[in-house]
Design a protein around this ligand. Structure first.
Ligand code: DGY
Length: 323
């Protein structure tokens, strides 16, 4: 039997690439260069499966092919707002993602950012590396206590719940939750969490707010200037979800005029391009989209894609079908 043809759009962990090469007629992107919309369009005419990730913008333009050979987009990553859903549906493509296997590591990174912002770790490291540290003193880089404070979590899926686990069990934080649907009472009870109705209800009550909702048009600039003004003047905003969820221009205003305590971002609206205004904000911690970047998660994400492909080509419904 002829093996299905598979295109991998970026470099993946070696163990997963080896397995892909064994199971399929696989073309790897050994140069790890992002593909252009024209190259992606060509791929959809050629391969049975395309394995994209968050850096591939599968817009209506990229998916504008008259007759696609590709029947499945097996996405490497949990978020899939980079894939134009109506266009993929029109082409009859199945789309899968990789949930679960990155939840713990992404929540670990959200907690890392929360602690870094509260304890001014970025500022401290910059000062030390620049040779500017003059020694211990009682007033030096004084930050904010985390333990026992109130954390608001927007989006209470798997990653949001892992964040609640760390914050509540590890740091004794009180947990407030905003989620588009009602959260099961048991899921709230394990963290003594309370669900509020709206984002506007949540923001004024929190010392820290961590975003774990999906990206895409529906949540674009969910955190805008008006909502940033609802935060307490010493509150912190953490975003490990998607860049478009936060209006970066409004965030710069809040950080510059100290109307909030600080922020920490792992994702950006136009990544990897970073707004120069963000770079000027000292009370902002930034990381280059590292949420799932552990050896364990990245391998597990790849093997999860393999599971989805295996099911699809065997005629079974893939476990992580999202479209
Ligand atoms: C995802 O999975 O959506 C992340 O952003 C990359 O891990």
């Amino acid at each position: 039997m002829v093996k299905p043809s598979v295109l991998v759009t970026r470099r993946w962990p070696a163990a997963v690439e080896a397995q892909l090469a064994e199971s399929y007629n696989t073309v790897l992107n050994t140069g790890d260069k992002p593909m252009s919309p024209a190259e992606l369009r060509e791929a959809f005419k050629t391969y049975d499966a395309v394995l994209p990730t968050v850096t591939d913008t599968l817009s209506a333009e990229a998916l504008d092919v008259p007759a696609a050979q590709t029947r499945i987009l097996a996405n490497y990553g949990v978020g899939y707002s980079h894939i134009n859903e109506p266009a993929a549906r029109d082409l009859g493509m199945t789309v899968t993602n990789t949930p679960d296997v990155l939840s713990e590591c992404t929540a670990d990174l959200a907690m890392t950012l929360l602690l870094m912002a509260a304890r001014r770790a970025g500022e401290g490291e910059r000062e030390l590396r620049a040779g500017g540290w003059t020694g211990w003193r009682p007033t030096h880089l004084v930050g904010t206590k985390v333990s026992g404070k109130t954390l608001g979590i927007i989006g209470f899926g798997r990653i949001g719940q892992e964040m609640a686990r760390r914050a509540h069990r590890g740091f004794g934080m009180n947990i407030l939750v905003q989620n588009r649907s009602a959260v099961a009472p048991d899921a709230l009870k394990q963290f003594n969490a309370t669900q509020v109705d709206t984002v506007d209800d949540l923001l004024p009550q929190c010392d820290f707010v961590s975003l774990h909702c999906p990206g895409g048009a529906a949540n674009r600039h969910l955190i805008n200037g008006r909502r940033l003004d609802l935060l307490k003047p010493d509150a912190f905003l953490i975003n490990t979800a998607r860049g478009e969820v936060v209006d970066e221009h409004a965030l710069v205003q809040s950080l510059t005029f100290d109307t909030i305590g600080g922020a920490a971002l792992d994702v950006f609206d136009d990544e990897p391009r970073i707004s120069p205004d963000l770079l000027q904000c000292d009370n902002l911690v930034m990381l280059p989209h590292l949420g799932s970047a552990t050896r364990e998660s990245r391998e597990a994400m790849g093997f999860r894609v393999l599971d989805n492909l295996g099911d699809f080509f065997a005629g079974r419904p893939p476990r992580d079908r999202v479209i």
